[in-house]
Design a protein around this ligand. Structure first.
Ligand SMILES: C[S@@+](CC[C@H](N)C(=O)[O-])C[C@H]1O[C@@H](n2cnc3c(N)ncnc32)[C@H](O)[C@@H]1O
Length: 192
């Protein structure tokens, strides 16, 4: 089965152009975006959380699939990257972009839980995993990518990935599927 031609969201090409201008080197790929779009569309009136906004590439897929009653909080600690994301989403009242440390935010957040979390930064993935999973409603989805070796991985990163997978597999409150597709995606569902 080959991937069909993927129709990208409205602002995707413009965000990509701006990202290339600042040499943003960590973009999510088209398959991840397409998967996010499908999963987000399955959650009407959904509450979404993205850890690691970057310049807003994955955010554009998520926002493009959100219905009028859905909302997203997206977090990054780089104002340089967020300046690009903000320029595309600042007028969208359903989108909250926060420049803060993801670990601190996870430790302090007291609000409602989320229907889907895309954990695309160290916080909520390699650190504070428990806190991130705690923020999922039952039936909520936790998505991570870059689980297969990537050219931009830091040195000796395989051990981190192996530990993360082991932690997820040891949990009794989730069901997960590991996909050897895209950059290596794991879809986790919280069970009761
Ligand atoms: C893989 S990139 C995100 C890519 C983005 N989701 C996309 O689709 O292009 C990871 C992001 O995490 C951010 N980040 C790294 N450490 C962080 C932290 N402690 N708190 C918040 N964001 C962090 C980086 O600035 C970077 O933008």
């Amino acid at each position: 089965m080959t991937d069909s031609i993927i129709c990208t969201p409205a602002d995707y090409a413009s965000i990509q152009r701006e990202s290339q201008k600042i040499n943003f080197s960590m973009p999510s790929d088209l398959q991840t975006g397409s998967l996010l779009r499908t999963l987000v569309a399955s959650k009407p009136a959904g509450r979404f959380l993205e850890l690691g906004t970057g310049t807003g590439l994955s955010l554009s897929w998520i926002v493009g699939a959100m219905d009028a009653k859905s909302s997203i909080i997206s977090i990054d600690n780089s104002e340089e990257y967020l300046a690009i994301a903000r320029s595309f989403f600042k007028d969208n009242s359903r989108v909250t972009i926060l420049c803060t440390d993801g670990n601190q935010w996870l430790q302090q957040y007291q609000g409602d839980k989320f229907d889907l979390i895309f954990a695309d930064a160290w916080p909520g993935k390699y650190s504070n995993l428990d806190l991130a999973l705690e923020l999922l409603v039952p039936g909520g989805l936790y998505i991570i990518d870059d689980m297969l070796p990537q050219p931009n991985w830091p040195e000796n990163h395989q051990g981190n990935v192996d530990s993360l997978i082991a932690l997820l597999e040891a949990r009794t409150d989730v069901q997960l599927t590991k996909m050897n597709w895209s950059t290596g995606i794991i879809i986790v569902t919280k069970i009761g």
